[in-house]
Write a protein that binds this ligand. Structure first.
Ligand code: RIB
Length: 318
């Protein structure tokens, strides 16, 4: 994309979770009381925060991660994987609680179910995070998700606002959010499930038209922009003036894990280069589309040349 050139860029600051993902591919989900056999267990780096940091760094962003791991074997491995991608990991601290984990079952159509054990992520207190927020400056992009305590998220959003940073909140996993918190969000990026939860809607938006309606309603809760993620259908973007659908890319999906995280990391990267929003969303759609053609969380995330190839129509990731 033309707007993304190698110029100096404000830092992208991710405050969020790091998880060890325990992944099995299964032919179907077990019923209560039933035992089934899945694939070999694979353990890979994950966590919504770490995935988003990794995605932005793989694309070339200046990324700083703030988070917390346990004093066990998973912690150093997760930090090392982020550092190897170029993420500044000096804001990740240790605590005596176990590193976060996620049990992930992946179905043959690429869909998944995820159960997280927050561990150290759930203990990231505002006090512990505050001194590490010094890295946030005017124009920084601050990326948050909901796998760390809400009080920590509120402090991070308030600090980001005070410093003139741009805030992106991925409301995942979905939980009730206060109007005060949502009013500090520049870009709220729910998927269909999270949007329905926040709206207390009986069913999820299943088309861009329904998503536009949902996005407009979510705007009334306080964020400046809503980017509603629709999987292969792309995203719908709404602000108080307009609403637009940015179509996705058609690919053969094998594993949707971290597709939303890849979108958010890529969106942050594009916005840090002052890319216009619709163009940034198309760029992020392309990154997310590539990620679903590969297994795992961070292991599925593309680099800049792959995204550019898909955007240029010269790369078929399936
Ligand atoms: O969004 C995918 C991520 O959700 C996984 O990597 C898992 O760790 C959970 O946080």
């Amino acid at each position: 994309m033309s707007s993304i050139a190698a110029a100096s860029q404000p830092p992208i600051v991710v405050i969020g979770s790091l998880n060890a993902d325990l992944v099995q591919r299964v032919s179907r989900l077990p019923r209560p009381g039933e035992t089934i056999t899945g694939s070999e267990l694979v353990i890979v780096p994950g966590g919504k925060g770490a995935n988003q940091a990794y995605a932005a760094a793989r694309l070339g962003g200046d990324v700083h991660m703030i988070g917390q791991v346990g004093e066990d074997a998973f912690g150093p491995a997760l930090i090392h994987h982020l550092a190897a991608a170029g993420v500044d990991t000096s804001g990740i601290q240790n605590c005596s609680t176990a590193t976060g984990t996620a049990v992930i079952l992946v179905l043959p159509n690429g869909e998944n179910v995820i159960i997280i054990a927050p561990g150290a992520n759930g203990k990231l207190s505002p006090d512990l995070a505050t001194d590490r927020l010094a890295v946030i400056e005017r124009g920084s992009i601050v990326l948050l998700q909901l796998e760390i305590p809400l009080e920590t998220i509120e402090v991070c959003l308030a600090t980001a606002r005070e410093r003139g940073a741009i805030t992106i909140l991925d409301p995942a996993p979905a939980q009730v959010l206060s109007p005060t918190l949502l009013a500090m969000v520049d870009y709220l990026t729910p998927n269909q499930t999270e949007a329905a939860f926040l709206l207390k809607a009986e069913r999820e938006a299943s088309s861009p038209q329904e998503a536009e309606d949902a996005a407009r309603k979510l705007l009334l809760q306080g964020p400046s922009n809503v980017i509603l993620k629709l999987g292969e259908l792309g995203v719908v973007i709404a602000d108080t003036a307009a609403c637009a659908h940015v179509p996705g890319f058609s690919v053969k999906a094998v594993d949707s894990t971290a597709a939303g995280d890849t979108f958010n990391g890529a969106l942050a990267f594009a916005l840090s280069h002052n890319t216009p929003l619709l163009e940034a969303a198309r760029f992020a759609n392309a990154a997310a589309a590539i990620s679903v053609t590969r297994h795992g969380a961070q292991s599925s995330i593309p680099d800049l040349s792959e995204v550019r190839s898909l955007l240029a129509g010269s790369h078929n990731p399936s």
